[in-house]
Write a protein that binds this ligand. Structure first.
Ligand SMILES: *Cc1c(COP(=O)(O)O)cnc(C)c1O
Length: 337
């Protein structure tokens, strides 16, 4: 176990760049709580992390780009799905730091110049849609591109797992340290933290809460079916523990992650997700995204309906951002309002 102060000290020692607005706010949602007749709900606003409409990747890029800069890189290579929030936030970070940014996005059903893809272009990144599936093939493509850029005299840094996932876990350990302090200020001690993740975000929440000995229990909703997800999350958490020199070890039973709210697949709307999006906008004026966090909220709503919580329980919902993707889904959302 570690104290909040010493955890903050360890986090400060990781190479980092200042690109976001931290701490992100923790807000109570009384109208949402009332509408659901459930536990007291608070939202941790990672969607308000600044930098080109914000999101959970700003916190993790604080350390990935921090590492790139510490290694004297002048170029970032990144790639993912075409509406990637991670790539959009990376493109903005690299503009802010005056570096080069190459983004290669897998062609899919949302490769339209809207939402995140539009923002990648506005940020001035070198963007290409490639006919390669999102997964190991795209990862290999990114490393091959980096080799070419290196041969051209650039110093590229590739944002890729497992390193990026481990640094993301360190970043969300930091988020928990923030929450620990914010809870004290508000005089609360929450029971659960819900979010959308199948990687570093959940890994960091699990590591941070366990290292600080908090009552808070992380529960994550996967946005995509991911083979071996528990291994991935556990390994990221334990790598982050090594980076932070924490003696906390994460085991499989610490990881609560469900695949039950994905629907048709990654990047496809669910009716429950759209209903959650509407509810948050109409009770709290908070906008969720269609691919990740609205599905996580759909799960929380479902758990409340199933009677999983006591009335005096407190739930923190970690809003991971992703709002620009809404605009790539405008027709489907409008039709279902
Ligand atoms: C990337 C992302 C997630 C998931 O984060 P991981 O921890 O990497 O699985 C959740 N929500 C949004 C909006 C994201 O962009």
């Amino acid at each position: 176990m570690v104290t909040q102060d010493s955890l903050i000290q360890k986090i400060a020692e990781i190479p980092q760049v200042k690109i976001g607005h931290f701490p992100t706010p923790l807000e109570e949602c009384p109208r949402l709580t009332q509408a659901l007749g459930g536990p007291r709900i608070f939202i941790k606003r990672e969607d308000c992390s600044g930098l080109a409409i914000g999101g959970n990747k700003v916190r993790q890029l604080t350390f990935t780009i921090g590492e790139a800069v510490a290694q004297n890189a002048d170029t970032i290579v990144h790639g993912a799905a075409s509406q990637s929030n991670h790539c959009r936030q990376a493109a903005a970070a690299y503009s802010k730091l005056g570096l080069n940014c190459y983004i290669r996005l897998a062609k899919d059903h949302k490769s339209i110049v809207q939402g995140n893809l539009l923002l990648d272009h506005i940020a001035g990144a070198d963007v290409e849609i490639v006919d390669i599936p999102f997964g190991p093939e795209l990862e290999e493509f990114k490393f091959n591109l980096a080799k070419k850029l290196h041969a051209d005299g650039l110093k590229p840094y590739v944002v890729a797992s497992p390193r990026s996932t481990a640094l993301a876990a360190a970043a969300f350990t930091w988020c928990i340290a923030e929450l620990h302090k914010q809870q004290k200020q508000l005089g609360i001690d929450a029971d659960w933290i819900y979010t959308s993740s199948v990687g570093g975000t959940q890994a960091g929440l699990v590591l941070g809460t366990k290292a600080l000995g908090m009552k808070l229990k992380p529960y994550a909703i996967a946005p995509i079916h991911w083979e071996g997800k528990t291994d991935r999350i556990r390994d990221a958490a334990n790598s982050a523990a090594a980076i932070l020199q924490l003696d906390t070890q994460i085991v499989d039973t610490d990881i609560l992650n469900t695949d039950d709210y994905i629907g048709e697949g990654y990047g496809y709307l669910t009716p429950e997700g759209v209903a959650a999006l509407k509810l948050l906008a109409r009770t709290e004026g908070i906008i969720l995204d269609p691919v990740y966090i609205s599905k996580a909220m759909a799960c929380l709503i479902d758990h409340i309906k199933q009677g999983k919580f006591q009335k005096d329980d407190i739930v923190i919902f970690l809003h991971t951002g992703g709002t620009p993707a809404l605009f790539a889904y405008h027709e489907e959302i409008y039709e279902n309002l």
